[in-house]
Design a protein around this ligand. Structure first.
Ligand code: MG
Length: 121
């Protein structure tokens, strides 16, 4: 099971990758914006995308819209990890096609719970 982590913060990518590793998800690739996320998707099959919202070049929302507009990627579960916790933001992200979201800062337990929810476990 390969997970793609996309966040412009090196620290946040490291935290997410460490958290995933502790949860047993060790096959993780990453990128620093939506554009790099699309590059990773083109390189190898991805089973779950975890993406930030606010990123330069291509935001998380634009990235999710690109995923959902592509027949090859549109059924991949997407979990958004963001500081944008306002109701309107969450509605916008849901409309763009996320399966679930985590508000930063998060605990490993929340990440675990949301991944399992998104994967239907
Ligand atoms: Mg960011």
């Amino acid at each position: 099971m390969r997970i793609l982590v996309v966040d412009d913060s090196t620290t946040m990518r490291r935290i997410l990758i460490n958290t995933l590793s502790k949860l047993g998800y060790t096959d993780v690739v990453n990128g620093c914006n939506g554009r790099e996320g699309l590059d990773r998707l083109a390189e190898s099959p991805i089973d779950l995308v975890i993406t930030d919202w606010n990123m330069p070049e291509m935001s998380g929302i634009e990235f999710i819209r690109a995923i959902r507009a592509n027949d090859k990627y549109k059924s991949i579960p997407v979990l958004m990890v963001t500081t944008n916790a306002a109701k309107d933001d969450i509605v916008e992200a849901l409309k763009a096609g996320i399966n679930n979201y985590v508000v930063k800062p998060f605990t490993p337990d929340v990440i675990k719970e949301k991944i399992e929810a998104v994967l239907g476990k």
